[in-house]
Design a protein around this ligand. Structure first.
Ligand code: C2E
Ligand code: MG
Ligand code: MG
Ligand code: MG
Length: 291
């Protein structure tokens, strides 16, 4: 990078990025052209059950700019939303995730769900459910193996319209998860009337479990509430064995985070599907290394 960014001395690549020295419009153009030329990739992060078995993968968008290198989704998505590109990009993500999942099934790997993040602009469109139906048909993936992740703020914005949209999606047979749960402002009264299947507890509640101002009471309340509403619960951002143990003890169904695996390429995801219990096998590998 020093050769390319020689003017900026020894600054790291990410600080160059953060200072937005590269014109945003240039990035936007690069993103649009990448959509035509296959410049995007999906990585997959496992969601494991309490025994460490992969139950699902979350699809996460990856983009490598020719000179900037990896651009994180937190930067890509707002740009794509402002330029309306999020609709075509979102459809690409949906199709690619369904295609991969179907391919793994055809190759004989144990079937799992794939979870796809949906932007508010996609969800707001009248024809969104139709586009999901079309992707399922094109790829041949059965709807039970697709989950859509929506944030709280997206579904509570217009309760009547959201309910209608969620009902259309539920009729297709896909499942719905509420992402980053606990960070929005949704009233529980709203939530329990929506046709949803799962809550994903935001990682901010999980990462301070052992801190002096522990979020444990909040975590317990969320899990208890999910159980009462007969919803599944996923813990996000599980990084330590202590966090894993606490979530399991409190009854969290699924766990996702670096402790199990970072997001990986589609090929590597396939490997994880046949690797056996992820966390237990990690322990075994450690034991072997010591022995
Ligand atoms: P998210 O949906 O909440 O996804 C989880 C994020 O947490 C991912 O970041 C993942 O890499 C990260 N993560 C997973 N485990 C851990 C952990 O143990 N510790 C820590 N510190 N982080 C962990 P990523 O891939 O950078 O994505 C960020 C956000 O960008 C996502 O948050 C999602 O809101 C959005 N996003 C990603 N892909 C897409 C997409 O295809 N479409 C849309 N609309 N949004 C996307
Ligand atoms: Mg998500
Ligand atoms: Mg999340
Ligand atoms: Mg999050």
């Amino acid at each position: 990078y020093e050769a390319k960014f020689g003017n900026y001395g020894t600054r790291t690549f990410s600080s160059v990025l953060n200072q937005a020295l590269i014109d945003r419009r240039e990035l936007e153009q690069e993103m649009a052209s990448a959509l035509e030329h296959g410049g995007y990739e999906l990585h997959y992060q496992p969601q494991c059950d309490q025994n460490g078995r992969v139950a699902a993968f979350e699809a996460l968008l990856r983009f490598t700019h020719p000179t900037l290198g990896v651009v994180p989704p937190s930067r890509l998505v707002p740009i794509a939303e402002e330029s309306q590109m999020i609709i075509s990009l979102g459809t690409w993500v949906l199709r690619e995730a369904c295609r991969h999942n179907r391919q793994w099934q055809l190759e004989g790997y144990p079937p799992v769900r794939v979870a796809v993040n949906i932007s508010s602009m996609q969800f707001a469109r009248e024809d969104f459910a139709d586009s999901v139906a079309k992707v399922l048909e094109e790829t041949g993936l059965a709807p039970e193996f697709l989950e859509l992740e929506l944030t709280e703020s997206v579904v509570v914005k217009d309760f009547t319209e959201s309910t209608r949209q969620l009902q259309r999606l539920k009729r297709l047979g896909v499942s719905i998860a509420i992402d980053d749960f606990g960070t929005g402002y949704s009233s529980l009264n709203y939530l329990h009337r929506l046709p949803i299947d799962r809550l994903k507890i935001d990682r901010s509640f999980i990462q301070v479990l052992s801190a002096p101002n522990s979020t444990l009471p909040i975590l317990e309340a969320i899990i208890a509430m999910a159980k009462n509403m007969e919803l599944g619960v996923v813990g996000e951002g599980v990084e330590t064995d202590e966090q894993r143990a606490m979530l399991c003890l409190k009854g969290c169904d699924l766990l996702q985070g670096f402790l199990y695996s970072r997001p990986v390429s589609a090929d590597r995801a396939k490997f994880l599907l046949q690797a056996g219990p992820l966390y237990e096998s990690m322990l075994r590998e450690d034991a072997l290394a010591v022995a």
